[in-house]
Design a protein around this ligand. Structure first.
Ligand code: SF4
Length: 578
């Protein structure tokens, strides 16, 4: 086995035995000629690999803020009651193991869980009872799982839709027969396509850099690891239009000269694996993958799917590459772009699912078509995943430039108060900002829109975000590791009514340190929403500090905070108000 095969090898053990045993680790370490500690280090990095035996059915219940507001606690209690197991504990029950997990891409159907990686949506305690009874009676999860399809709630009229319009397999690839790679790259450049994963890096620039690399091997990677809480639009594309995404990858290979492609699929979407494999097979049969593709001499390209194992940070391109190389998915130091030094040190382009799908449409419909839609700086349309306090959660294809007010009307939001754009690492807005536009000129959005009404606790929203980032920080760099820990302690103080204005200032100071000195986007953006919320919901936070001023003399003691926070609180001299 090569090191690059480590993730799939670990999955074999995890799937076959329910965990990765000491013997398995020894076997793998010997095969790879590395230490057992090295292998354990990789295993312990990913949420879905276990070092202790699990039950026949592993249940991962999503604990995102959307789930929390839609009934997470009751559903969690029901799972524990019906199975007799405790969340997070490796109980002795040979049938069940229960774990919480972050967003599983089903925010429009929460509370939701994965049972042996099959989706179960819109859960209630009664539903849980029935599911557990059925599993106990021998029914397989796949027999009773829900359809994971998110509802496509809105697409513009035919003349303005980009993604959810009629798709005929191979339509964009036909153009490759008459245009050379330079001409295709020019079209992508003219369209001003930018990465739709959230970073909005110019796609043509990335492809050009890879094309110009003299490496003898080049790679095209589709980042299908959308883990930003509240995002499920890539899942909708993979589920509804997998061919369009694959065509985009083939076009990228044609331009860059890459001969190998990978789809890095998040484990939470494992239930889409069969569909993707079947689509790849269809492409091969039609000679859209393989050798001399589409009759174009020496155009050879193949695609392999790699399944992740549960790590939000692997959505960062260099972390994803590390993961594909069979390592812990820790982001690399920003010395080189992947187009200079990517997968196995070779020139690599990593693009998001939506970016590839849009690239295919651009080649099919032309750059002018895309430029005729949207705003000056944001061409075309954008897929949004909308969830929260709305009557119509789901997927929306919107024209860039739509206002928040228009969006709220489309999804029938009820008493919107706090809106999270681009997930917890993005931007939060209050109701004075609903005339703002979603586009590069104003509010840029990676795809997640979570809407909360005025009955929702802002403290709970922020606490959920903070816990998420603390859990998902890979811990490599200090500002992120310590900063997220400190933010967590601060939100606990807010909850307990012992927060001071000094604390609020310190949150901002730490946030700035994290922004400036963290290695990757996780640490750089983790404090964003907390900092913004303090300013944008000033009255709310002022009330939170009203009972305690800066003379409270609570000194922040890192060690106590980490190891014995409750004791610290008990020893303070004033009453707690929870
Ligand atoms: Fe890891 Fe956080 Fe540093 Fe990113 S910022 S490398 S997630 S510790």
């Amino acid at each position: 086995m090569k090191r690059t095969g480590l993730l799939s090898r670990l999955w074999e053990f995890q799937n076959n035995y329910g965990y990765i045993s000491e013997n398995a680790i020894t076997e793998i370490a010997q095969e790879l000629n590395v230490s057992k500690i090295e292998i354990e280090g990789v295993i312990s990095f990913y949420h879905f690999f276990h070092l202790k035996p699990t039950g026949k059915y592993i249940i991962y219940l999503n604990n995102s803020i959307i789930s929390e507001f839609k009934g997470f606690s009751k559903v969690k209690a029901a799972f524990e009651k019906e199975t007799g197991c405790t969340f997070g504990a490796y109980c002795k029950d040979p049938l069940f193991s229960l774990f919480e997990t972050s967003c599983i891409g089903l925010s429009d159907q929460e509370p939701a869980a994965l049972i042996n990686f099959k989706p179960f949506t819109d859960l209630t305690p009664d539903k849980v009872k029935l599911i557990i009874q059925q599993l106990k009676s021998g029914v397989y999860p796949e027999q009773i799982a829900n359809n994971p399809k998110s509802k496509i709630q809105y697409t513009p009229e035919e003349s303005k839709t980009v993604f959810f319009r009629k798709y005929l397999l191979g339509n964009s690839l036909k153009k490759l027969k008459t245009k050379n790679p330079e001409a295709i790259l020019k079209t992508i450049s003219n369209s001003e396509l930018e990465g739709h994963g959230g970073a909005f890096f110019p796609t043509a620039l990335k492809w050009k850099s890879c094309k110009e690399s003299s490496d003898n091997k080049k790679y095209v990677i589709c980042n299908a690891d959308e883990g930003e809480p509240g995002t499920f639009k890539d899942k909708a594309l993979l589920n509804n239009l997998p061919g369009l995404v694959i065509e985009g990858m083939i076009i990228a290979a044609y331009v860059t000269g890459a001969s190998n492609g990978f789809i890095y699929l998040r484990a939470e979407y494992k239930y889409l694996l069969k569909k993707l494999e079947n689509t790849l097979l269809e492409f091969k049969q039609k000679n859209y993958l393989g050798k001399n593709i589409n009759g174009i001499k020496n155009f050879n390209f193949k695609i392999k799917i790699i399944v992740g194992a549960g790590a939000y940070v692997c959505g960062a391109e260099t972390a994803l590459i590390e993961s594909m190389e069979g390592k812990r998915g820790e982001p690399r130091i920003r010395k080189y772009f992947p187009t200079d030094f990517g997968y196995l040190g070779k020139s690599t382009i990593v693009n998001n699912v939506e970016t590839f799908a849009k690239a295919a449409r651009i080649i099919e419909l032309g750059a002018k078509y895309i430029s005729s839609i949207g705003t000056k700086k944001s061409n075309g349309t954008k897929l949004l995943s909308i969830s929260g306090d709305v009557a119509k959660p789901g997927i929306y294809e919107i024209e860039w430039g739509i206002t928040i007010n228009e969006l709220l009307q489309l999804c029938q939001a009820t008493s919107p108060h706090f809106i999270q754009i681009s997930g917890p690492s993005g931007i939060c807005i209050n109701n004075t900002e609903f005339n703002r536009k979603i586009c590069k000129e104003d509010l840029i959005c990676g795809g997640s829109v979570m809407i909360f009404n005025n009955f929702r606790s802002i403290t709970r929203i922020i606490e959920n975000y903070v816990k998420f980032f603390k859990e998902e920080s890979c811990g490599t760099c200090t500002p992120c590791r310590a900063g997220n820990q400190i933010l967590h302690e601060k939100i606990k103080k807010i909850k307990r009514g012992i927060c001071t204005t000094k604390d609020l200032n310190e949150i901002k100071e730490w946030g700035k340190i994290m922004q400036l000195t963290s290695r990757c986007g996780l640490g750089q953006f983790a404090a964003n929403s907390f900092m913004m919320a303090i300013d944008k919901f000033e009255d709310y936070f002022n009330l939170k500090v009203a009972k305690c001023d800066d003379n409270c003399k609570i000194e922040f003691d890192m060690q106590s905070a980490v190891y014995d926070y409750d004791n610290l609180i008990k020893n303070t001299q004033f009453e707690l108000t929870e």
